[in-house]
Design a protein around this ligand. Structure first.
Ligand code: ATP
Ligand code: FE2
Length: 318
């Protein structure tokens, strides 16, 4: 069966089409604010206005039309309410128009399942790091358990806050990475891990108040924040007695974080997987794939179902 998936939890509108074998389309368009921070209402407006254009691209990439798909999936949560609503309304409309099943999926679990679909990972501890989420997730006894998470802001949000302070536009991650690569120097700052939980907002405040150059500040952020993530991940792998790690979410595109995890896994004799960059960041193919899995399990969502902005992955019944 071919499933169309709509992603609209935050800044990216993604529309993907998958079947059991292939990813047939993965079109996206990201909202980039002209100035200042990210405003949910403007992002939702972007998704609404660019919907048909992104849908057309998905059709072209796949050589299919919407009438060829057997189901429509959408991100039901977690995410920004206005953005979620835009995707949900579009999904309900397409499902009603074409008389095909509708399935609202959990965005976090979609990140994990596109990871296990496109890499060798089977039952990993997942480090899911993005602008809205920072979680260590492990499937155990029929449920995904959040074994560690941020106690305040997500690590991607921390990167973006530091970036804004350094006058780098959203999304700040790639430019912070480039700045950090230009130096080996760091200074001592707080180390944001507590067991398997994290806390990044103190580190950001500390770095904003410091008076080092932007390259050293960026490098100090990366060396502290990413080492903390790796430490939490290693602890979770030891606790769950698992020798597989999966890294996903927008921050998974960071090469320094990847290489730190690679070294840690190498030392433990564990396998490390990370999906292609197009599947790390928010995308429609992962929603379509998660929808396909849920439908195979007999799960459908009525058109009357509301979006779930605070939906945690550990609330999902498998
Ligand atoms: P979610 O809805 O899962 O919380 P999101 O809306 O934050 O996701 P993603 O595309 O998963 O969207 O992630 C975007 C985040 O990834 C931004 O915070 C951005 O700065 C960060 N990011 C992107 N590239 C890099 C990079 N190279 N290094 C560090 N962070 C990065
Ligand atoms: Fe995401």
């Amino acid at each position: 069966m071919k499933v169309l998936g709509i992603e609209s939890t935050a800044h990216t509108l993604g529309i993907g089409i998958v079947d059991e074998e292939d990813v047939l389309a993965n079109a996206k368009d990201m909202f980039e604010p002209e100035e200042g921070g990210f405003r949910p209402r403007e992002a939702a407006e972007h998704h609404y206005k660019s919907f048909l254009e992104v849908l057309n691209r998905a059709e072209q990439e796949s050589g299919l039309e919407v009438s060829d798909v057997g189901a429509v999936a959408y991100s039901r949560g977690p995410g920004l309410p206005q953005c979620l609503d835009t995707g949900a309304v579009a999904a309900r409309t397409l499902s009603l128009k074409h008389g095909v099943p509708l399935v609202g999926v959990n965005h976090c679990l979609a990140h994990i399942s596109i990871g296990t679909r496109t890499t060798d990972a089977e039952r990993p501890v997942t480090l899911y790091v993005s602008g809205g989420n920072t979680q260590l997730i492990f499937r155990n006894q029929g449920r995904y358990r959040v074994v560690g998470e941020t106690l305040d802001i997500a690590v991607g949000n921390a990167v973006d806050k530091l970036a804004r302070h350094l006058d780098v536009p959203y999304p700040g991650g790639p430019e912070i990475e480039r700045l950090a690569e230009r130096t080996d120097e760091i200074f001592e700052a707080s180390y944001p891990v507590k067991g398997m939980d994290f806390s990044f907002s103190g580190l950001v405040t500390e770095l904003k108040r410091s008076h080092h150059g932007e390259e050293v500040t960026a490098n100090t952020f990366q060396e502290h924040a990413y080492a903390a993530l790796v430490e939490g991940l290693e602890r979770a792998m030891a606790q769950e007695d698992v020798d597989e790690a999966l890294l996903t979410g927008g921050v998974a595109m960071n090469d320094r974080l990847r290489s730190m995890i690679d070294s840690m896994c190498g030392e433990r004799g564990a396998d490390f997987s990370v999906p292609n960059k197009e599947f790390c960041m928010d995308n429609g193919a992962m929603i379509a794939h998660q929808g396909l899995r849920r439908l195979r399990d007999g799960d459908e969502t009525p058109v009357s179902a509301e979006v779930l902005p605070d939906w945690r992955p550990d609330e999902v019944e498998l």
